[in-house]
Design a protein around this ligand. Structure first.
Ligand code: FES
Length: 128
């Protein structure tokens, strides 16, 4: 089978899918080759050490099975993380958490990482 069980699970029942009203940051990314598009929305809060964390995160994705699954997985990996840690999530972390991704689909995990980073950058820009 092309996709792992975990990919199918996240495609069929994605976590944190949908639009977020009044997000603190939005990352809009797309891949010009395959045409897939992803929007990642974040709300930023503070933890007990007063560090900025991703309090809430949602996504909207128009794309392939792997694009939906990697969007869902990146929201799970990023939720609750300090922004600095969230920025360190790599596409390999997303792929590993999904069991595996077919080689032609690793760029989908890359797009999810790009979307998250863009949302954090957008938040930081809005704040200043
Ligand atoms: S085929 Fe391009 S993001 Fe999935």
């Amino acid at each position: 089978m092309l996709y792992s069980k975990e990919v199918i699970k996240h495609f069929q029942k994605p976590s944190n899918m949908g639009k977020m009203p009044n997000p603190d940051g939005v990352g809009e990314v797309g891949n010009p080759v395959c045409g897939d598009m992803m929007n990642i929305y974040i709300k930023v809060g503070k933890n007990s050490k007063k560090q900025e964390i991703i309090k809430d995160i949602k996504f909207e994705t128009l794309g392939c099975v792997a694009a939906i699954a990697t969007s869902s997985m990146i929201t799970e990996l990023a939720k609750g993380k300090v922004l600095e840690q969230a920025l360190k999530i790599e596409y390999t972390d997303v792929a590993k958490s999904l069991g595996s991704l077919p080689p032609i689909k690793t760029h989908c995990a890359g797009l999810a990482v790009e979307g998250l980073r863009a949302a954090i950058e957008n938040y930081r820009k809005n704040k200043n």
